[in-house]
Ligand binder design. Structure first.
Ligand code: UDP
Ligand code: MG
Length: 335
């Protein structure tokens, strides 16, 4: 799997969200640390965000950061979710490049040198294209359909089957940090930024240990964030369906008039009436729900609450060196 590539000396930050990952964390830190050993330049850092874990993740992380100066920890005041955890890591990363990866070893850290090789070729974003997923067939089918649907719906070109695992250059990270939206779909924002982006095929491993933290509800929420923050097509779709309904109604009126005036009969149609009323009521409620999604998101954005709250930090966090827009001081970062 490992390919030889030329890596320039640079400073690498690895951003990892962790939620109840006590069974994976030691092995994860060992493997990421080993990969970083082989990368010239530095000092590199591994920023693990403890997203309100209830197990020994925090303890293990603190101990690891005492033993290895490259490991830093950010502890959230509660569980804020994977995307918020990644955002916090990006806010504190000081590297010339930042690697985002999951904390369950589904993203093999040994690929990082290949990311750096592509970066050295002039790409600002290098993402892993997932090939050979090892999840259940129905989940794979859901992912497949979702990525293609999203590709169609969004105006932004989103790479198919790309997860968060990947590299971003400092300027891409800085641009993403300037984005104020609270419902974040990082891999989409990353594409939206632009510059030169490249994907490399990476086989997605199985979770090393422990239970998946994304249940179907969370996955659905992420999918909704992706669709509703990258596309207004669902809204437009309401108008198209409405137009269709008006046309059908017009055709039926002409037919009814024809029967009445030419044949002198009134078309029977009690069942058709009930079916069309309930159907149209359903369509209307459905699209009200879609509009509600957008209104809800506006509501969330208008409150402008911080995306996460930090309870504690440790390890050698030097903070991000540059960001185009200053942030308010304090632990809670307003995004
Ligand atoms: N995660 C997190 N907060 C959450 C849910 C997940 O920080 O509320 C982290 C989790 O620890 C893991 C990564 O996000 O490092 C991906 O989660 P998981 O492996 O459960 O997702 P899946 O692989 O099923 O998409
Ligand atoms: Mg996983």
């Amino acid at each position: 799997m490992l390919k030889k590539c030329i890596i320039p000396a640079m400073r690498v930050s690895v951003a990892i969200p962790a939620y109840n990952e006590e069974t994976v964390l030691p092995e994860l830190l060992r493997r990421v640390g080993k990969v970083l050993d082989s990368i010239p330049g530095g000092p590199h850092e591994i920023i693990v965000v403890n997203d309100g874990s209830a197990d020994r993740t925090g303890e293990i992380l603190r101990k690891a950061s005492q033993d290895d100066a490259r490991i830093a920890g950010i502890v959230f005041s509660r569980n804020f979710g994977h995307q918020a955890a990644l955002a916090a890591a990006l806010d504190h990363a000081a590297g010339d490049v930042v690697i985002m990866m999951d904390g369950d070893l589904q993203d093999p850290p040994e690929i990082i040198p290949q990311f750096l090789g592509k970066y050295a070729e002039g790409n600002d974003v290098v993402y892993a294209r997932r090939v050979g997923r090892k999840e259940a067939w129905w989940l794979r089918l859901c992912y497949h359909t979702f990525y293609r649907l999203l590709g169609r719906l969004s105006g932004t070109e989103l790479p198919l089957d790309a997860g968060d695992f990947g590299l971003m250059s400092r300027r891409v990270v800085d641009e993403i940090r300037r984005m104020p939206e609270p419902h974040r779909y990082l891999r989409g924002l990353r594409s939206w930024v632009g510059f030169r982006q490249a994907g490399i095929p990476v086989e997605r491993a199985q979770r090393y240990a422990g239970e998946p933290k994304y249940n179907l509800t969370k996955l659905f929420k992420l999918a909704a964030d992706a669709i509703f923050s990258f596309s207004v097509v669902p809204l437009r779709f309401a108008a198209i369906v409405g137009m269709g309904a008006i046309c059908l109604c017009g055709i039926y009126t002409l037919y009814a008039l024809y029967i009445k005036l030419i044949h002198g009969e009134t078309p029977q149609g009690f069942t058709a009436l009930i079916v069309s009323i309930t159907f149209l009521a359903g369509v209307q409620l459905f699209f009200m729900g879609i509009v509600g999604e957008y209104v809800g998101r506006l509501f969330g954005a208008s409150k402008s609450r911080p995306l996460y709250i930090i309870a504690d930090k440790f390890g050698g966090l030097s903070g991000a060196p540059s960001v185009a827009q200053p942030r308010p001081a304090g632990e809670a970062v307003r995004l």
